[in-house]
Design a protein around this ligand. Structure first.
Ligand code: GDP
Ligand code: IMO
Ligand code: MG
Length: 423
């Protein structure tokens, strides 16, 4: 390997959880590099379904060590309840989960501020998990980090200063009531005992593991088009899901990375607000949502659905350096007579082959489609690429070619055994 980055190449929910779980069989470490409990990564093992928000999707393989890197923002209550849920399901976490001492904490006031801001006219359609406000504090250099939980006095001091400042904001700008400093301090002081066993210098651990030639999967959350720098700003998340984020979010050098795998759904979905060129607001969109069960794994919101957007996906492949792709949910298209892929945009009377990231252009473009014949067969039991109907192979080849990538994996169902390795 040594480091293989798995990145969502659309607007999130591409099936990263499934693919990471599957690839973890041949890895030693799975490390999450950004985002927080806004993510919902689903792993299906047999008839059991698990949704992970913070813990990397390699946790179901007993030989895997899971790392939550410095780039992740951690809500300790969400983390502890995820640990408890997995342990209740018989998954042993002890000794297998390492949390970066430098990761920033999500505090109750971050979630509160996220929710309040979403009630204004500047709605992004966030998950309400406090992600934006936590990354604001990190960039402002007033954030509280995991390591601060381990020093009770320092934690109390830092929290007091922070909460006093937030109270000014809440009362003066939003006309809200003040936060209770003491209640928050005592709630967070409780986390130190629970979290202590997991906290370490994960960058040091990973660098050591790389020297020992361990195989590391860097698991991205969200998707490239939600990247704060390269996505459809401002309708993005507040971190860098793109492959570049893996190095800063884990404390590993770019030279350690030797492959970048992009996960794409065979059609497009998006949750929350923001431009979505191929969105289908008709019966076809509804059909994709119903068959694909397109409801958020974190918030339960209905996902917006549309045809595969190859202009957006090619952009994503280029900025991430994606060489190989995993195409997921191909089975969902099995009843359609006809399928479409957007191959270019029309903008102000001109053909556009590159993806404009500014919202104004994106809302005024018209997608130009190529039509593909559907295969109208169930793929749920297909095991090899050769067994796929010709129309399905043609559709997959078009996606790979339009993205300038090589097709590596095809997913035809949520379970591990519903996966086709192409080469
Ligand atoms: P992630 O955030 O990228 O990990 O994706 P999510 O877990 O939010 O959403 C993907 C959903 O599709 C989950 O419910 C998965 O169980 C499911 N899924 C993944 N791959 C496939 C597939 O090939 N076919 C079908 N039908 N469902 C899939
Ligand atoms: P996974 O890892 C899909 C979206 C939200 C909103 C925007 C900003 O499961 O693919 P935030 O709470 O991050 O400030 O919200 O980003 N969003 C996701 N959409 N999948 C996700 O994660 C997402 N995480 C955030 O809906 O539009
Ligand atoms: Mg998800």
């Amino acid at each position: 390997m040594p480091v293989q980055i798995i990145v969502g190449a659309q607007w999130g929910d591409e099936g990263k959880g499934k693919v990471v779980d599957m690839l973890a069989e041949r890895a030693d470490i799975v490390a999450r590099y950004q985002g927080g409990a806004n993510a919902g990564h689903t792993v299906c093992i047999g008839d059991k379904e698990y949704v992970l928000h913070l813990i990397p999707s390699g946790i179901f393989h007993p030989h895997i060590t899971c790392v939550i890197g410095n780039g992740v923002v951690i809500d300790p209550s969400a983390l502890m309840s995820e640990v408890a849920q997995l342990e209740n399901a018989g998954i042993n976490i002890s000794g297998r989960l390492l949390v970066s001492h430098n990761a920033h904490l999500i505090m109750p006031y971050h979630k509160h501020l996220d929710t309040i801001r979403e009630q204004t006219s500047n709605r992004i359609g966030t998950t309400g998990r406090g992600i934006g406000p936590a990354y604001i504090d990190k960039a402002m250099r007033i954030g509280i980090r995991i390591v601060d939980l381990l020093d009770r006095d320092l934690l109390a001091k830092k929290l007091k200063t922070n909460i006093e400042e937030k109270n000014q904001l809440l009362t003066k700008v939003y006309g809200e009531t003040k936060l209770d400093v003491d209640a928050i301090i005592s709630e967070y002081q409780e986390f130190d005992k629970k979290i202590d066993e997991y906290v370490t210098d994960t960058s040091l651990f990973l660098r050591g593991a790389l020297k020992d030639e361990k195989r590391v999967i860097a698991e991205g959350a969200q998707g490239a088009l939600l990247d704060v720098d390269h996505g459809t700003y401002p309708f993005v998340t507040s971190s860098n899901p793109t492959s570049g984020g893996a190095c800063t979010g884990l404390g590993i050098p770019p030279t350690a990375v030797n492959s970048i795998v992009g996960i794409v759904k065979a059609y497009s979905t998006r949750v929350g607000n923001g431009p979505f060129p191929t969105e289908l607001l008709d019966e076809t969109g509804e059909r994709l949502r119903t068959i694909g069960q397109e409801y958020g794994a974190t918030t339960g919101r209905a996902r917006r659905c549309g045809w595969f957007d190859a202009v957006a996906a090619r952009y994503s492949a280029e900025i991430n350096g994606i060489e190989t792709i995993a195409v997921t949910k191909l089975d969902v298209l099995g009843t359609f007579e006809e399928l479409r892929i957007c191959t270019s945009y029309e903008y102000k009377g001109k053909r556009l082959k590159t993806f404009p990231t500014d919202v104004s252009s994106l809302t005024h473009i018209t997608p130009v489609y190529e039509t593909f014949e559907g295969w109208q067969t169930s793929l749920l039991h297909t095991k090899t690429h050769n067994e796929l109907p010709t129309q399905a192979r043609h559709y997959l080849a078009a996606i790979a070619e339009l993205m300038g990538t090589r097709l590596w994996i095809v997913s035809v169902g949520p379970r591990r055994d519903q996966t086709i390795m192409v080469s």
